[in-house]
Write a protein that binds this ligand. Structure first.
Ligand code: PMP
Length: 341
């Protein structure tokens, strides 16, 4: 597909949709020039920022809500409650609005102001809690479960352990990537928040071709790199990336077909966030930069001529007061992008 002149996507209008929910998924795939050169092979990015809620989590939100309806748990006028770093909440708020449900979203205070403002703007009821370890009952996940139990007509989305999440990627993201790459794909990698994307795309692609290499790209401060490398959940360092970094095997991760793993620093992720913006005009969040760094590692491992895909998880517009802010970067001890100095 590469080097064939104008992108056919630019000349073909997408299929019209009958409802706004059909706008979720069917995102474009783009060849990333800088990462491809760095890896010596083709690195492709799945543009999940093109979803209506501007992140990969719209898919999980739609599948989780449809699953709750199908199981009779969510009735007309009901409420969807979820604990989230923000993007799943945005997806849930939009899907809930479209289907006539209310949404209550619980978020740790450490997440970006833009995500909180967005959730309020969408009409979700936003509850913020102090960041706490998972074993603490005040952790945002446990708080959201309790709120769902205490709210009449509410369901708890439970994205971490509800496998309707990874089903979204088995049934939509993986077949889209397979089709867009015309079955010519050697590797896929991404980082883990719930694990829905990695496990779901991994399982889905393996159904098409079990030889596709599935790699975990783990940020510092997460425990999965060690788990897949030597069977022990052990974290090292820390990361400011939002939405990724897991310390346990969620239900979504159980049975994930992970063949190899990389550990990527925030600095490496930021390097690609900066280059993709300045050289390719893609404004992304840090998890996308970390994914691309992992994809470059995977491409180098698989060798010249290989074709690797990764996820461009969300839009950088969600992080104007953090990642794209000089004072914030300095306060975190991170390199400041040249053009912000
Ligand atoms: N990147 C961002 C920005 C996210 O919000 C999330 C979801 N938490 C992820 C990556 C990871 O996706 P998943 O939950 O499917 O592992």
């Amino acid at each position: 597909m590469a080097g064939k002149g104008p992108n056919p996507g630019c000349m073909t209008a997408p299929v019209p949709c009958n409802t706004s929910l059909d706008l979720i998924g069917n995102t474009p795939l783009v060849l990333l020039e800088g990462p491809s050169k760095a890896a010596g092979c083709e690195i492709w990015g799945k543009c999940e920022f093109a979803n209506p809620g501007a992140s990969v989590k719209d898919r999980a939100a739609l599948w989780i809500i449809r699953d709750a309806e199908a199981k009779g748990l969510l009735k007309p006028g009901g409420t969807v409650v979820e604990g989230t770093a923000g993007n799943t909440g945005i997806g849930i708020a939009l899907v809930a609005n479209a289907l006539g449900y209310k949404s209550i979203i619980v978020m740790p205070e450490t997440q970006s102001r833009e995500k909180m403002d967005t959730l309020r703007a969408l009409g979700a009821e936003l509850v913020t809690v102090p960041a706490a370890p998972y074993k603490n009952p005040g952790h945002f996940v446990h708080t959201s479960r309790r709120m769902a139990e205490e709210t009449e007509g509410a369901v708890w989305a439970n994205q971490f352990d509800n496998i309707a999440n990874r089903k979204a990627h088995i049934e939509s993201t993986a077949p889209e990537i397979w089709e867009q790459m015309e079955g010519q794909i050697d590797g896929f990698t991404c980082a883990v928040g719930t694990g829905g994307t990695l496990a779901g795309v991994g399982m889905g692609l393996k159904e098409f071709d079990e030889k596709v290499t599935i790699a975990l790209t783990d940020p510092h401060g997460a425990a999965l790199y060690e788990y897949y490398a030597c069977g022990e959940l052990r974290a090292e360092g820390s990361s400011v990336a939002e939405g990724i970094g897991q310390g346990r095997i969620t239900a979504n991760l159980e049975g994930a077909p992970v063949d190899t793993q990389f550990r990527i620093s925030d600095e490496e992720g930021l390097h690609w966030v900066a280059r993709l913006l300045r050289e390719e005009g893609l404004c992304l969040g840090l998890s996308s930069g970390i994914n691309v760094a992992g994809a470059v590692e995977l491409g180098r491992k698989l060798g010249p001529g290989s074709r690797v895909a990764t996820i461009l998880c969300d839009t950088g517009f969600r992080y104007l007061s953090s990642l794209y802010n000089r004072e914030w970067l300095e306060a975190k001890g991170l390199p400041v992008f040249d053009w912000l100095r």
